[in-house]
Structure formats: C-alpha cells, structure tokens
Design a protein around this ligand. Sequence first.
Ligand code: ADP
Length: 199
Amino acid sequence: MTLKISLNRPKLKKAYIYLFSLTEIDFNKPSIYFPPINSIFESKQKVRIMKKAVFPGSFDPITLGHYDIINRALPLFDQIIIAIGINADKKHMFPLEKRMDFIKKTFVNEPKISITTYQGLTVDYCLEINAHFLLRGLRNPADFEFEKAIAIANRKLSGIETVFLLTSAETSFISSSIVRDIMRNNGDASIFVPKNVLV
Ligand code: ADP
C-alpha cells in the first residue's frame, strides 16, 4: 500500500491517516475521493472542493418524483449532473434526445444543473468527471433494499458515496413506468410530470 501525502503539516497528515482508517476504501485505487477530508481542507487551508453529485437514471420520462428529489438536493450540492445512462439492451418509450429535452426544459433556469449521458459503470463516469457523490431517490422500503446493495458495491469499487433523499408523500407513488402505462393507454399523464414535459 502506498499512501502519498504531500502535506507539510503533521496534524493534517495525522488527520488523513485517521480518516483513512475509518473508511472501507481500497487504497490501491488511484482516483479515490475521501469526503471527510473536505472539512479539513475547508477549515484549515481555505480550499473548497466543489460538491458535485451525479443523479443517474433512465428518465423515461422525467417525472414529478425525479423533480422533487432534484429540488431537495439543490441546497446540498454545488452542481448536480443529471446523467442518462445509455444501455443499448434497454427499450425506451422516449428517444434519448426527447428525454434530454424534457429535462432541459424543466431546469432551464437552474444554473447548478446540467444534463448529460454516459456509458458503462456509473462510478467510472463519476470518477471521470470528478463527482464525489451519487444521488438517488427513495420512495419506499423496496427502493431502499434495492439501492442499498448497489450503493455499497459502488462505494467498495470507487469510494463514492451515495446520498439518498426521501421523496415527498405526494410524489412517492409516481414512477416513469406508471406515466408510460397511462400514455400507452391514451390517458393524461401530464399531472405526474413537470410543466412543459410531454407537451
Ligand atoms: P433507474 O432506471 O435508474 O431506476 P429512473 O429514471 O427510474 O432510473 O430513476 C432514477 C432515480 O430517481 C432513482 O433513484 C429512483 O429511485 C428515483 N425516482 C424515480 N421516481 C421517483 C419518485 N417518485 N420519487 C423519488 N425518487 C424517484
């Protein structure tokens, strides 16, 4: 194990080693980020690390549930990247361009939010763009059970933390698949999606 610490201050160096000992992280991975070090930097060196979160998903289409989670996350992060995972094997109702367009329209006045696409492992994408957090929304215990295993695997793989936010009671029943079902059967799904989506 090689641990490169190029800091002159012994106290800070000690704090690093202590924090490393608290993590489950594999030190051999090169581009690992250690969230607790943020606070050391902020307080001692006045260097601020940007808090970037990736919100991955299919967004087929974006719903008021996604919208609720993103709005709740806005005060917590400096930047939120809504990232549509491209999976050639998955069938979608809306083409990629349309899904991106819906999201762009929804957050047109929100400078903290950007929209992008990625392929491959979500954590690899996070490391590539230097994002330290993954954002996921929870509707119910089933979501939690499913997401928990993925979050732990992601942390083991990369050191990236997943931040879970609970949706509001009013949007906890909404899913993209319900919206798609309504639309397939010629129903009006507009009350389940942000304004300007599906129009
Ligand atoms: P995925 O295919 O990754 O599940 P989705 O677009 O369905 O992609 O969901 C992306 C994220 O949004 C997930 O974290 C999911 O739990 C969350 N999400 C979806 N619907 C809701 C909702 N109604 N309330 C809160 N979170 C939601």
